[in-house]
Design a protein around this ligand. Structure first.
Ligand code: GLC
Ligand code: CA
Length: 564
């Protein structure tokens, strides 16, 4: 069992555009982040992960990079970056950068060079194919709608883009491209950054020959390429090379974003000896409320079934125990707000936000807190599509409403539930104008509930969601069982209660969470032997010495005990 620091850490994700604006232009920036380090330190996190800050035309808010070695002008300068890194390190905090190297921007000089001709030395940095019967080379859909290919007319070939047409996929089959990636990684590591979050890293190796995808969305010309682009045949080889060339030379934290990953992939990629990365962002648990039968991809919704969440989380917990490592997350800049999605954003907002945090933070793995999650920030319901900014959301609207004639109200409903802008409204610092995010006009509207939900209120209230997160983070630091304990699911069939045990030697931690607004009865298994218990954390008042072998839980109640 290794004591590596990445296992003991809690990571805080900052989405720079939406975190804090220091100069009143309505866009969050690096100086804004530096100004808020006291806040992050009060929360107690160890690591800050920045969503991309590199130069970018912002087709996908920085996930389309036109210069990997410079800072986006809207966010500041390289000097601002150096100051932020220095300020973090002075406080003992670490910095993780987003590494977006499955694709670049179409405005990256590599791509503009590649467009100059089929024999340009940079042509092979990207993935080009001749037309098939005068049209796209295959039937792959882009993740943001439409085909995954765009014709470059002057040279007569299509280029592949699994995301927007302004995000051409890089050709990892080309060793020169791979060396460029390793060099840019070293550039940031040599500046002193402490790790990388690797954007869709399991998509860098594609199925040889790029065959058509099976039709899973009826009546659509473009089909999700699915397994043809995830965990391709050369993924392990590429990551092994990256490990040899770069990762193994630094003391880093690495997390690979890996849609479609199974626990077996998790073991393969994060195995402590033979793996390549410390942990993955897997998607199983955040895909459980998708209904594929509706043929709408992520926008087709069904309620989360708690039993399927238990089954999924438990598979991952067991598969990686003692071999690899998990990341733990319920939210990020691509996901709706967990309190709106899995809890109750109304009457039980505070209780359910604390319950979800308790559930997540006491599992085995490294917890990630996405900005505002620690305040129990909720989804936003903008009344018109004009208020949305996210490319995925705007493309959905164009395809579903403008092209296929779906009812606007129905599509807006889906956007309210699943749109990425739910996570991207400005951080709510105070009940002042624009939630204290900016003195100007924010690039995206503030959630109107900022008068009740904001950091100033949360810091002042000892019972706030913020202080609950702070206590959970402190528990992880105090109790090795939280970091290293073996996980065991209790009450696997219960439809409302998620209960689990963590065990390390003599230490046992019991976690009981009610995922509903009902008041279910918790009856612990008869063979769970203990003589007494110590309450570690809870989201309701608990009577001292209460018999916990059988007790009734209040709406969204969560408790953690140490058993003896
Ligand atoms: C990842 C990012 C997402 C981005 C996509 C393309 O999923 O998290 O925000 O749009 O990759 O880079
Ligand atoms: Ca600004």
């Amino acid at each position: 069992m290794s004591q590596a620091w990445f296992k003991q850490s809690v990571v805080y994700q900052v989405y720079p555009r939406s975190f804090c604006d220091s100069n009143g232009d309505g866009i969050g920036d690096l100086r804004g982040i530096t100004a808020k380090l006291d806040y992050l330190q009060a929360l107690g996190v160890d690591v800050v992960w920045l969503s991309p800050i590199y130069r970018s035309p912002n087709d996908d808010n920085g996930y389309d990079i036109s210069d990997y070695r410079d800072v986006m002008a809207e966010l500041g300068t390289m000097a601002d970056f150096d100051a932020l890194l220095h300020a973090l390190h002075e406080r003992g905090l670490k910095l993780v950068m987003d590494l977006v190297v499955n694709h670049s921007s179409d405005e990256h000089p590599w791509f503009t060079e590649a467009c100059k001709g089929r024999d340009n030395p940079y042509r092979n940095y990207y993935i080009w194919r001749s037309p098939r019967d005068g049209a796209e080379p295959n039937n792959w859909a882009s993740a943001f709608g439409g085909p995954a290919w765009t014709l470059h007319e002057p040279t007569g070939e299509y280029y592949l883009h699994l995301f927007s047409r302004k995000q051409p996929d890089l050709n990892w089959e080309n060793p020169r491209l791979r060396q460029e990636v390793y060099a840019l990684m070293r550039f940031w590591l040599d500046k002193g950054v402490d790790g990388f979050r690797m954007d869709v890293i399991n998509m860098i190796s594609k199925a040889p020959k790029l065959p058509d995808a099976p039709a899973t969305l009826p009546q659509r010309p473009w089909q999700p390429p699915g397994p043809l682009v995830f965990h391709g045949p050369r993924l392990a080889e590429f990551l092994d090379e990256m490990k040899r060339e770069v990762l193994s030379h630094y003391d880093l934290i690495t997390v690979g974003e890996a849609p479609n990953a199974t626990p077996e992939h998790g073991v393969q990629l994060t195995d402590e000896r033979e793996g390549f990365l410390n942990m993955l962002f897997q998607f199983e648990h955040v895909d459980l409320d998708i209904d594929p039968a509706q043929g709408l991809g992520k926008w087709g919704r069904k309620p989360l079934e708690l039993r399927s969440l238990k089954a999924s989380m438990s598979r991952w917990q067991h598969a990686l125990h003692g071999r690899g490592w998990n990341s733990l997350y319920l939210s990020n800049h691509d996901q709706p707000r967990p309190v709106s999605r899995f809890g109750d954003e109304g009457a039980h907002r505070v209780a359910s936000a604390k319950m979800l945090a308790t559930f997540l933070h006491l599992l085995q793995g490294t917890p990630y807190v996405y900005q505002g999650e620690e305040l129990g920030m909720t989804n936003v319901r903008f009344g018109s599509i004009d208020e949305y900014r996210d490319i995925e959301t705007l493309n959905l609207w164009r395809e579903a409403v403008d092209e296929r004639g779906m009812a606007a109200a129905q599509v807006l409903d889906a956007i309210h539930a699943k749109g990425r802008d739910n996570a991207r409204t400005p951080m709510q610092w105070s009940d002042g104008p624009q939630a204290g995010f900016t003195t100007g006009t924010p690039w995206i509207g503030v959630n109107p509930n900022y008068r009740e939900v904001n950091a100033r209120q949360a810091l002042a209230d000892p019972d706030s969601v913020f202080h609950h997160y702070r206590r959970l983070i402190a528990l992880r630091r105090a109790l090795p069982v939280v970091v290293h304990g073996r996980y065991e699911l209790l009450l696997p069939e219960h439809a409302q209660i998620y209960a689990y045990l963590r065990t390390l030697g003599e230490e046992r931690l019991l976690v009981v969470c009610n995922f509903s607004r009902a008041t279910p009865r918790c009856e612990l298994p008869a063979d769970l032997a203990f003589e007494g218990q110590e309450l570690l954390i809870a989201n309701y008042p608990v009577e001292a010495g209460e018999d916990i072998r059988a007790f009734t839980l209040r709406p969204y109640e969560a408790r953690a005990y140490r058993l003896h």
